[in-house]
Design a binder for this molecule. Sequence first.
Ligand code: HEM
Length: 388
Amino acid sequence: MGSGVVASHAPAHHEPRRRELALASLPATTSRAVGWWLLVLCAMVVGMVLLGGYTRLTHSGLSMVEWKPATVLPPGDEAAWQAAFDDYRRYPEYARINRGMTLDEFKSIYYPEYLHRLWGRALGLVLLGGFVWFVVRRRISRAMLPKVLGVMALAALQGVVGWLMVASGLVERPDVSHYRLAAHLLAAFAIYAWMLWLALAILRPPRPGGTAAARERLRRPVIAVAVLTVITATWGAFTAGLDAGFIYNRFPLMGDRPWPDSLGPGSALLAAVEEPGVVQFVHRMLAWTTAALAVWLVLRIRRSDLPAAARRTAALVPLVVAVQFALGVSTLVLTVPVALGMAHQLGALVLLSAALLALSDLRDREGAAEAAHRRPLRGPGRVRAAHP
Ligand code: HEM
């Protein structure tokens, strides 16, 4: 008799108890291997964001007009390519923008989108496969389990948001909605940030020294920069989605003035999210605000009495803000070359990483005892680290 039949005879009230027992058998600490697995996934998200950026900047994103998650290979022969091309030609982007395109040109816009989707599936497999492996081998702690499940839920949702974004461009006006583009980019940032944060909690030993008050004094400006980075990135995605990087290609002025001609009383609120010139203006203003907060952080670092190591990681944040600002200005004044557009997008992720690294070093620790416990213990296969 199979175990499923036995299970079905078991009284229903035994179920919660069994679940409770299964959870109780999970370890109290998470293996460091889980931290490395999360870092590999972070690297894969970076690859995914870069591929997505390349796809958008080369106007390749609407070349695959169907969502078939089970299909892995590209069209196999000329007939299959022709069929994919015929499908594409039924949609407005072909009629309005790419009329007369050859099959070879079609292939050149098909492959970036294809690779982006393939990479997404590989990411899904590493995520799911790794999760099953670590749960079966009891390497994920009870406290960490719901967090990793949360990451997985968000990643699954991201696939759906990506398709909704593409679908929004397969209509009369062949341009994806800039709101959906922003949602897709921000979801990628959220998945990345969450995984990195968990990986740091597992892998990074606490930095000793310094009072809680001294850490708090640095933590505040770092959090402020991180929050502003996310808001600035949102308007960056609006700027990208509305092709607003192709207008007002001067800096610091926009034309002859510091603001766009379209900025006027009354229109401001809706224009801030819909009118390309004003959207670019808001992105600039937010970037200036981020830079101002970075200066505040520098002043706090200079006055801080924390150990040099903690101050050094915090100092990475304003450094990356400066690089990201310069990349933004270059992208704008050179009218969005593909490589610079991608570098600027990557810069936002690097900035977020620097802020998370600094915050992880500035977290309150329970003291040196925990630090000793968290350090890698040399030994066969049983190396574990505590985490919050
Ligand atoms: C802390 C500062 C900044 C952050 C975090 C940031 C972030 C971003 C992000 C995430 C994007 C979207 C990229 C995409 O979806 O492909 C973007 C686009 C853009 N940003 Fe920034 N940005 C910053 C500063 C600036 C500055 C100072 C400028 C120029 C004055 C600028 C100009 C642009 C332009 C032109 C685009 C559109 C590029 C495209 O079409 O691919 N950014 N930004």
